[in-house]
Design a binder for this molecule. Structure first.
Ligand SMILES: Cc1cc2nc3c(=O)[nH]c(=O)nc-3n(C[C@H](O)[C@H](O)[C@H](O)COP(=O)(O)OP(=O)(O)OC[C@H]3O[C@@H](n4cnc5c(N)ncnc54)[C@H](O)[C@@H]3O)c2cc1C
Length: 475
């Protein structure tokens, strides 16, 4: 008989959270801490969503999305998780650019960027300061019609080298392009420029283990291998239950951490929404997906410090479309040293490239395997210039593609960073359509990434709290 992953689960909870990405985990933890009964349902056998890892024989552990996030993560983890989690967040100081236009190392903060833009690219200090001040002042309620391209044209006309330095890392960080609203760039860029790039020492497995322990302390009922098939709503448009692994579990509120389009169009179904809202949902564009190559060196084999994050490109100028091409010319290398996981003797490299789902989805199995092999080979060829003799030091190599991300997280088209900007409004207005139904997860570019997802989980759990807590009677 198949194992019952819902054994002992109750028939009714205050809140059901669908999905254990960083937004879902954070919402579940906060709501349980507030005293609500919370059921967390995750279809995968592991918690974390895109914040995940996998193990391979020989003791190798690969992190998928632990490349860098802004300092804000430290504060959010301290406030909404634990001091211990916050204390493991440390700075990565070796950020590197290698491309036909320039080669430089930076600590990736405002001071160091300002220095490079003035000294290396010869831009007037007042212009650089005005740009940083303007980016810093941007917020969600600002003008949303100016594009990032227009923003750069205003401050650095014709300077594709400066644009490349300012934009390439953000395109990797959240998939945004020059045609997206400038605020999606300004907010994320300024978050990084505040203090630099940070990581979680100990690895994603260690982080998620601590998050799980904290949720258990707060009483979250955590269930893996539980795929929610349906969100049940009443005729007067209130959530009433989820249908999962053949059971109906009642609830007063639901936080869906699943992809926003799947939540609305598949889990609930379009008949339950205003037609105009369904139109808006269908019009939401997904963000791009990714390919990665995971490379482990033989135990004890290492390399000199080549930096932590390396933005490598062979492309003449900055070009977001070229960055998505299956004919890879741009890669971000994350170098993991033994200090990344204290106690380990492993050096690992993960190469990431942005990718289009369609370029990978329709290949035959044979073509797919051949393309993955070709990606591994070309990545090693490229890496050779930073880690000489990489092939003789190699213990394990494999690749993932948009198909892999779709399989494990159920994001439509394997979207790594949720949706384009218009997805945010659809996500935020979901409870206006169906009482008690909320979405927390990667949308709108600014709510994606580790920090964006955690913070969106916080915002949404506050809204659920207000919904479930009746206002005190006025006398
Ligand atoms: C290759 C790659 C590299 C990245 N690098 C970085 C980085 O360096 N820095 C950074 O800040 N961000 C990075 N990101 C992005 C970041 O990892 C994500 O934006 C963030 O983790 C998303 O969190 P989320 O809460 O939106 O949920 P997700 O991680 O998308 O998780 C959603 C969860 O819901 C579950 N689910 C979906 N449907 C159902 C269902 N019907 N029933 C049950 N469960 C369901 C899924 O299994 C999944 O666990 C990267 C992403 C990728 C793919």
């Amino acid at each position: 008989m198949p194992k019952d992953f819902l054994k002992g689960a109750r028939d009714e909870y205050d809140v059901v959270v669908i999905g254990s990405g960083l937004a879902g985990l954070t919402s579940a933890n906060i709501l349980a801490r507030q005293g609500f009964s919370v059921l967390l349902l995750e279809h995968h056998y592991q918690l974390g969503g895109m914040a995940t890892w996998f193990k391979r024989s020989g003791g190798h552990i690969f992190d998928i999305s632990l490349h860098g996030f802004p300092i804000g993560m430290k504060k959010s983890c301290r406030k909404y998780w634990t001091q211990e989690i916050a204390d493991s967040i440390v700075q990565l100081k070796g950020i590197r650019f290698e491309n036909p236009q320039f080669s430089l190392r930076t600590t990736f903060d405002r001071q160091d960027f300002t220095k490079h833009i003035i000294e290396k690219f010869g831009i007037e200090p007042e212009v650089v300061q005005a740009f940083f001040d303007h980016a810093r002042s941007m917020n969600y309620y600002d003008d949303q019609t100016t594009t990032t391209r227009e923003l750069f044209e205003r401050f650095f006309p014709g300077r594709s080298d400066v644009v490349r330095m300012l934009m390439e890392p953000i395109t990797y960080a959240n998939g945004s392009t020059l045609d997206d609203p400038a605020i999606t760039y300004g907010i994320v860029f300024s978050n990084f420029m505040h203090k630099g790039v940070f990581t979680f020492q100990g690895g994603t497995d260690h982080l998620v283990k601590q998050m799980k322990a904290e949720m258990e302390r707060n009483g979250v009922d955590i269930r893996i291998r539980t795929l929610v098939e349906k969100i049940e709503v009443t005729p007067d448009r209130r959530v009433s239950a989820v249908h999962v692994n053949g059971r109906r579990i009642g609830c007063k509120a639901i936080v869906s951490n699943a992809n926003i389009k799947s939540t609305i169009l598949k889990l609930v179904g379009e008949d339950h929404f205003d037609p105009s809202y369904v139109e808006d949902t269908k019009a939401v564009r997904l963000n791009n997906s990714s390919c990665q190559v995971y490379i482990a060196l033989k135990p004890g084999e290492g390399f000199d410090n080549v930096g932590d994050l390396l933005f490598h490109s062979e492309h003449e100028g900055f070009d977001a479309n070229a960055m998505l091409s299956r004919d890879v010319s741009s890669r971000t290398f994350s170098f993991y040293y033994p200090e990344t996981r204290p106690g380990s003797d492993r050096w690992l490299v993960v190469s990431s490239t942005n990718a289009n789902y369609d370029d990978w989805a329709y290949l035959s199995e044979e073509e797919y395997e051949a393309s993955k092999k070709q990606l591994c080979d070309s990545t090693l060829d490229c890496l050779e210039q930073y880690v000489p003799d990489i092939r003789s030091k190699l213990d394990h190599i494999e690749a993932s593609t948009p198909r892999t991300f779709q399989h494990y997280t159920r994001h439509l088209a394997g979207a790594s960073f949720g949706t384009k900007f218009e997805g945010l409004k659809v996500s935020e207005t979901l409870p206006e359509q169906i009482a008690g139904l909320y979405h927390a997860g990667s949308v709108g570019i600014i709510m994606s990434g580790w920090l964006g997802a955690v913070n969106y989980g916080v915002i949404v759990s506050n809204k659920v709290d207000q919904y479930l807590t009746p206002a005190p009677a006025t006398v």
